[in-house]
Design a binder for this molecule. Sequence first.
Ligand code: SAH
Length: 452
Amino acid sequence: MKRKDIIEFEVDKMEFGGTTVSMLGNKEIHMKGGISGQKVKAAVKKARSKKAEVKMLEILEKSPIETANPCKHFGICGGCTILSVPYEKQLEIKERQVMDLFLNQDIFGFQFLGIEGSPQDRLYRNKMEYTFGDEMKDGPLTLGLHKKGRHIDILTVDGCYLVDQDFIKVLTSTVEYFDEKKLPYYRCMSHKGYLRNLVVRKGINTNELMVNIVTSSQEDFDMTEYKEMLLNLETQAEIVSILHTINDGLADAVQCDELRVLHGRDYINEELLGLKFTISPFSFFQTNTKGAEKLYSIARDFVGDHENKVVFDLYSGTGTIGQVMAGAAKKVYGIELIEEAVVAANNNAKLNGLTNCEFVAGDVAKTVKNFKVKPDLIIVDPPRPGVHKDAIRDISGFGAKEIVYISCNPKTLVLDLVEFKKYGYEVEKVKCMDMFPNTPHVETIVKLKKVN
Ligand code: SAH
């Protein structure tokens, strides 16, 4: 086997993160994508004596486990990769993947509580960020998600299973409206054009909708008619916020140079486990509201009795987890890198009448050691790269009896757990929670106990 060879094989094992490993003769074939049991055609990118890296070209035969009805975009859209696998089976696969990662690091002897599914495996997202473009060169205007493996081709995802009809209505009416106006979409290579993104957010428990149209400043288009069009849509939720964001940033990401409020307010409200949160157009908020309620409930169960305890909420975002604990706790301290999120967290705590929360801005690895108080319990919820080694050292240095680790990346989680062990923390129990059905992601909650 050599570079550029075309090979055919049956996909064997799905690893966490959406990659697969299969055996062909005595070679391990590593590939991005694929579902166990599929027969595929692939091009060899790199070949060594025992291993090869390949790129999938075509699915020759679908897998016997692909018995669910996917949406009409499946296979073309870069969004959901395992939508064709029934939900129960998806959960089984993810649970196995997380267990394997633990075993690979020789982490044994804990209580494994399995995996919990998302309350909804479809229509669960509360936010979508769509991009304007076209599906083929000089084709009609499209608005939606990138095609699988493509940077520029955009698919109008009007049959998407991840969101409810309000999202679809706003999406389709927006693309129709602007297609008629013949405004150019923004090209991320030449940086020319006007229409960039459409961001839709919904307060699932409050029934409030935010529509944010993002453009460059290269045209001076009057959005009044567009706003009226949106307000006349028969959405099930109330549109309480219509925004126009001007973004001239060169990166292919939604940034804000100027925010214009076209209708209502510049935020929506959401409720989680009886607490209120205001969500501003650019702030982080868990994208599966009902799933987040379940995730935080599991975290609260793992924490157990926190009556009158001092709790650290590290990587606190908008302070959701800390506030869920604050009702019973004596005091909650949070650290979060993004200043805006810290301001939101403190405001939210006030809104909820919680006077025992204090969220501060900073990098956990640099600032956690500055806390002079001694926590009884530490909760960490880091981003995908996990907890910095210095932070693990400093967090352990407080000598708290218990640490609850919430992870969106079990690969870095297990490495961090090995590191925590050096400081005397052992894994007591583990539970997975699927916040992102139909995608390869999964959350894992771990309780660590200080043993020496
Ligand atoms: N606990 C929150 C947010 C979790 S997401 C929730 O459940 O909503 C992880 C958060 O860590 C993000 O808000 C990110 O901005 C923040 N973050 C990333 N690196 C950080 C660092 N080095 N120090 C502190 N916060 C960080």
